[in-house]
Design a protein around this ligand. Structure first.
Ligand code: NAD
Ligand code: UDP
Length: 319
């Protein structure tokens, strides 16, 4: 049986990846320090003999006494308000954490896939974003802590690949959503759905003309799974190219949730990218992958999840 270590296992994407690899017959070791995660995301796995869990901060030395064949490094705050609140930890998990996992991959002769992001393109001047675009990142702005951690993560991963011959994969994830996102993590989907459920107005930052392209979690997991087992070491965009402005998206959420609330406008956060859409030609060609779940279908499933959370989640204010 192959063993896979998944960091960030108690988070949104990490927990879905644990489920997928268990389903595929792997032994999964989950690792997390719960800084932005939730134990409830993995509680259904605790009794599973193919799952074990290590509570650990990946920026500290990692020692595991068993054979590991694959590693997925997904630990990192991912929501803008999370990484603005814990900027140093964000820089450390992308840099020191990645270094530790590369060292572990080298020692275990394991293949490592790292979670990079569309944020490496910053506020992009090329649209849609192709993998060969170098990006437009403000290194010293508040978002720089996340963007530069991820850019460093890609650089050190390629260095280990070239210098030590480690088998590595890099996925550049574009906005992904679905059940198990934290209702109060501040990202636009939980934010709008939470506001609708609490009977509050939906907060649009800026004039709402900025765009995003939202990918349902099952599609993202499938893309990551295929990339891991491909033989391609360079970055690959995985996301849904169906782009929408935040203003139009708010209207969609108002319809879906049947709320009688309206939209209100707030200041646009510093360095908030104005447009984002993945060019997924490479993933289509290399992995024979493309997203299948429509936004309508994915948003319905996500809203069902948020609707069924205990009421205390709805009113828990973290920020
Ligand atoms: P999340 O916050 O739900 O999950 C991140 C998990 O990592 C949490 O459980 C957190 O506790 C854990 N973690 C953070 N620092 C840690 C540390 N030092 N040691 C151990 N565990 C630590 O976020 P997510 O949306 O699931 O994102 C997962 C990964 O995917 C991140 O690396 C993120 O940058 C990347 N990503 C996500 C998206 C998206 O749209 N969801 C987009 C681009 C990239
Ligand atoms: N956004 C918004 N209202 C909110 C939360 C976010 O208008 O309550 C906007 C945000 O400014 C950004 C977009 O929605 O332009 C997506 O934000 P999110 O935090 O989900 O992700 P990211 O900016 O990292 O793509």
């Amino acid at each position: 049986m192959n063993t896979i270590l998944i960091t960030g296992a108690a988070g949104f994407l990490g927990s879905h990846l644990c489920d997928r690899f268990i389903k595929e017959g792997f032994h999964v070791i989950g690792m997390d320090n719960y800084i932005t995660g939730d134990q409830r995301n993995i509680e259904h796995l605790i009794e599973n003999t193919n799952f074990s869990f290590i509570e650990h901060d990946v920026t500290k030395h990692i020692s595991i006494d068993q054979k590991i064949h694959y590693i997925l490094h997904f630990a990192s705050p991912a929501s803008p308000i999370d990484y603005l609140k814990i900027p140093i930890q964000t820089l450390k998990v992308g840099s020191l954490g990645t270094h530790n996992l590369l060292g572990l991959a080298k020692a275990k002769k394991a293949r490592l896939l790292i979670a990079s992001t569309s944020e490496v393109y910053g506020d992009p001047l090329v649209h849609p974003q192709t993998e060969d675009y170098y990006g437009n990142v403000n290194t010293i702005g508040p978002r720089g802590v996340y963007d530069e951690a991820k850019r460093f993560q890609e650089s050190i991963t390629m260095a280990y690949h070239r210098f030590h011959g480690i088998e590595t994969r890099i996925v550049r994830i574009f906005n992904t959503y679905g059940p198990r996102m934290r209702l109060n993590d501040g990202r636009v989907i939980p934010a709008f759905m939470g506001q609708a459920l609490r009977g509050e107005d939906l907060t649009i930052f800026g004039d709402g003309s900025q765009t995003r392209s939202f990918c349902y979690v099952d599609d993202q997991v499938e893309g990551i799974y295929k990339l891991l087992f491909s033989d391609y070491a360079y970055p690959v965009n995985i996301g849904n190219p169906h782009e929408i402005s935040i203003r139009d998206f708010a209207e969609e959420i108002i319809k879906l949730t049947n709320t009688t609330q309206k939209v209100i406008y707030k200041d646009l956060p510093v360095d908030d990218p104005m447009q984002r859409q993945p060019d997924i030609s490479l993933a289509r060609k290399l992995l024979n992958w493309e997203p299948k779940v429509t936004r309508e279908e994915g948003m319905k499933k996500t809203f069902e999840f948020f609707k069924n959370l205990p009421e205390e989640d709805l009113f828990k204010r973290e920020h």
